[in-house]
Design a protein around this ligand. Structure first.
Ligand code: EPU
Length: 431
């Protein structure tokens, strides 16, 4: 097993380039199942969620070429299987996008329930509601397989009872080749929804309105191959922005779409940071202790839940009291316990946390409970006095490409270490 050993107290300075968006690529890779030719996709991040999704596609019969480090060429013409087993799907949440893509291609799918970070209950009732509205028959099998039969998929209106990224994407995938008009109302508006719509349209689909809460999809008979480049990752960018501010640094975060970062920028400015926007970069500077502020997570364009742990960690160092309300997930404050070990004064009550800022955090042995909690632990460790050891780093590597190299280039002192072996070796040497 590996852990990160971080020596805190160093300002992050310099430039960092953001990779392609995890939550876009994990929808776009399954969407290639709908194409009748090769799709060349650029700006692919090298993260373990992508590795897992590519492995699943290959198991299904897709041919995948890697012409360079950030590009994949995917040929799904030989995919014959509409069944995806549990071992693979539980590695990531987005494996449920295979259901929408497979029923769009084969009119049927049998896919095991997905995995992903534990953030409280993660139902899929809205996905099922959408598939059924299009005429599919959905059965939840006892062995945790979702079985969908859709011999005559047909466009229809789908009103989502909750704003769901996953359900919006899955219904788009299922509807894109269904005859007639599908209208998704109360759709999610996240940047990755727009990216998927743009990808589908580049393949010849007719998807309009993505980025608003009504998406209209007119089914087309065929989708062809295409060349496409994934948008930059909003949350990776936001994480480096907050890391810069938390370490009182000065960082130019490059290869971003500043519009996607507005809610994060606004909150950083409210807490006293300086944020300069350029065409494809933002520069974050902070040279004093942050001021307190409140945040409430909301679907896009509100403050993203996927930035909540990182921003709450930053607020642990603020002057005064901040209140953080989580309105998307039931259980996204598990990391608070780790911050308390570092001296943070954060108290969770259900879906909110009250944070009394302290002047400094101190290094401690801590754990990445999930992907964004892991990013928060990195920020806490880098801004703390002393050494922290972060375990369960595999969660972080699901969504952050080359995180150690990127942070080191900004001046962080961070090492990847095997354990228990290297620790034991060190103890033997010391002894
Ligand atoms: N919900 C339902 N029924 C459904 C689907 C969702 O009640 O059928 C509820 C959920 O329980 C939750 C809310 O709706 O309370 C929003 O869930 P959503 O479906 O939007 O989340 P998701 O698609 O499972 C994606 C991201 C998450 C991100 C959320 C919210 C991917 C692969 N995952 O999850 O990203 O937190 O949207 O923006 O796109 C992460 O990257 O760290 C991550 C967890």
């Amino acid at each position: 097993m590996e852990k990160f050993v971080v020596t805190g107290g160093r300002r992050l300075t310099g430039e960092v380039s953001v990779s392609g968006a995890k939550n876009a690529v994990v929808a776009i890779l399954p969407a290639t199942i709908l194409a009748e030719d090769v799709c060349r996709i650029e700006n692919i991040p090298n993260i373990s969620d992508v590795t897992a999704m590519v492995k699943i596609l290959k198991t299904m019969g897709a041919q995948v070429r890697v012409p360079n480090r950030t590009t994949l060429e995917i040929d799904t013409r030989h995919v014959r299987s509409f069944v995806v087993e549990h071992e693979l799907t539980r590695q990531l949440r987005a494996s449920y996008y295979l259901i929408g893509a497979l029923i769009g291609r084969f009119s049927r799918a049998r896919v095991a329930m997905p995995g992903g970070c534990y953030l409280g209950l993660r139902p899929i009732d809205q996905h099922i509601k959408g598939f059924e509205a299009l005429g599919a028959d959905v059965t939840m099998e006892e062995n945790a397989m979702v079985h969908v039969e859709a011999p005559a998929l047909m466009g229809n209106s789908v009103y989502l009872d909750v704003v769901s990224v996953g359900a919006t994407i899955n219904v788009m995938l299922a509807a894109v080749k269904a005859p007639g008009l599908t209208v998704i109302e109360n759709a999610a508006k996240e940047p990755h929804i727009v990216d998927l719509a743009n990808f589908l349209n580049t393949m010849g689909a007719d998807v309009r309105g993505a980025g608003t809460d009504v998406i209209k999809i007119r089914g087309v008979k065929r989708l062809h191959g295409c060349e496409y480049s994934i948008i930059p990752d909003q949350i990776e960018a936001g994480t480096y922005m907050v890391a810069a501010a938390a370490t009182r640094g000065d960082v130019l975060v490059k290869n971003v779409i500043p519009k996607h970062l507005e809610s994060i920028t606004a909150k950083l400015i409210e807490a006293g940071a300086t944020v300069e926007e350029y065409d494809e970069a933002v520069r974050v500077k902070m040279d004093c202790r942050p001021g307190h502020c409140n945040i409430k997570t909301m679907p896009h364009p509100g403050f993203p839940t996927d930035m909540q742990p990182q921003f709450s960690t930053f607020l642990c160092l603020a002057k005064g009291t901040s209140i953080v309300s989580e309105s998307v997930w039931d259980n996204r404050f598990r990391y608070a316990e780790q911050l308390q070990r570092m001296g943070a004064n954060i108290h969770v009550n259900g879906k909110s946390a009250v944070i009394e800022g302290v002047e400094t955090l101190k290094g401690a042995p801590i754990r990445a409970d999930d992907l964004r909690a892991g990013a928060a632990m990195l920020i806490a460790a880098m801004s703390a006095k002393g050494v922290s050891e972060i375990e369960e780093i595999q969660h972080i590597e699901r969504g952050y490409e080359n995180v150690v190299e990127k942070l080191r280039a900004l001046g962080a002192k961070i090492e990847r270490r095997n354990f228990p072996d290297e620790d034991e070796d060190a103890q033997r040497t010391a002894g």
